[in-house]
Design a protein around this ligand. Structure first.
Ligand code: A3P
Length: 315
């Protein structure tokens, strides 16, 4: 385990030669590290977790590109894994008290969290590209759940998020400029195509280790996907549970309408300092149609065809 001083020195040495760009989300910088644009605030956590994070065989790692449904999946995973006691807690269910990001921390925040003390199975998250995952995640038997989303909706979600962070009074970020950067892969944890393809290819090679989900399919049939998640985690719902409606209870508990209206998610901020409320908006498939021009759509479709076509992947 490295000391704080070693981590700080390593950070300075690594970061000074990395390409740097402004992040459209919150005006901080992104550093291009091993094929991925990483927000400056978490660079040191990424470097340190790369070296120090030790995955356990029973860990469950949620991965996603930001704005793909991370918050929803955190709530669903937490509910599925803890369901045997969760509903008995009634109003004391942690999901009713705190934002899902509090319950499923990002591994690169481990410096400020004692993730070693989380009881098994640990539920942890990351936005890192597959190739950048700490090695022990790949070599251990831990499971990875990946959630992807049509990049046009993902971009629109990101744009709204960035405008929300600027504040209602401020001039919104320029949509065209943000879109151009997104298409060039310059966004937190981008490029999105490398993100999606890294996990897609790995999930084909190791289907028992990596479950690849699509936000659109989750929206279309949430109940089947909750069952699919539980089976993948080797925690399938029993016949009794199904008869008692546990799947539907989880679905309702984790629904956007429910989470969005909780005081815990209307107020306060996450560990990253972003308002909890910014993580809940419309949750619609195809909202991009309300914002993108024909030429933007054409550009994005071209990128998707170029990047995804040869891998037989589409949204
Ligand atoms: P929109 O901005 O399109 O509404 P992330 O959690 O990765 O930051 O993604 C945020 C997106 O997921 C937002 O999309 C948000 O509204 C949506 N979302 C958050 N909670 C959700 C839930 N419980 N069910 C469905 N979508 C949800």
């Amino acid at each position: 385990m490295s000391t704080e001083k070693e981590v700080a020195d390593e950070f300075e040495a690594k970061i000074k030669n990395l390409p740097r760009e402004k992040n459209l989300v919150n005006d901080v910088h992104l550093y291009y590290y091993q094929g991925c644009w990483i927000p400056d605030l978490i660079c040191s956590g990424v470097f340190s977790s790369e070296r120090n994070f030790m995955a356990r065989d029973d860990d469950i790692i949620l991965s996603s590109c930001p704005k793909s449904g991370t918050t929803w999946l955190k709530a669903l995973l937490f509910s599925i894994v803890n369901r045997t006691y969760l509903f008995a807690l009634a109003d004391n269910n942690p999901l009713l008290k705190v934002n899902p990001h509090e319950l499923v921390p990002f591994i690169y925040h481990s410096q400020s969290l004692n993730i070693e003390t989380i009881p098994p199975p640990r539920l942890l998250a990351t936005h890192l590209l597959y190739d950048l995952l700490p090695p022990s995640i790949k070599t251990s038997s831990c499971k990875i759940v990946y959630v992807s989303r049509n990049p046009m909706d993902q971009f629109i979600s990101l744009w709204h998020f960035s405008c929300k962070l600027k504040g209602a009074e401020a001039e919104p970020h320029h949509l065209e400029e943000c879109f151009d950067r997104f298409c060039r892969g310059i966004h937190a944890f981008g490029p999105f195509w490398d993100h999606v393809l890294g996990y897609w290819k790995a999930s084909l090679e190791r289907p028992h280790k990596i479950l690849f989900l699509k936000y659109e399919e989750l929206k279309k049939d949430t109940a089947s996907n909750i069952k699919k998640l539980a089976e993948f985690l080797e925690l399938p719902f029993s016949e009794d549970e199904e008869k008692q409606g546990v799947v539907e209870e989880i679905l309702t508990l984790c629904s956007l309408e429910n989470l969005k209206n909780l005081a815990a998610n209307k107020n306060g901020t996450t560990r990253t300092g972003f308002p909890n409320s910014a993580y809940f908006r419309k949750g619609e498939v195809g909202d991009w149609k309300n914002f993108l021009t024909a030429s933007m759509v054409e550009r994005m479709e071209k990128i998707m065809k170029e990047k995804f076509g040869k891998y037989n992947f589409s949204f």
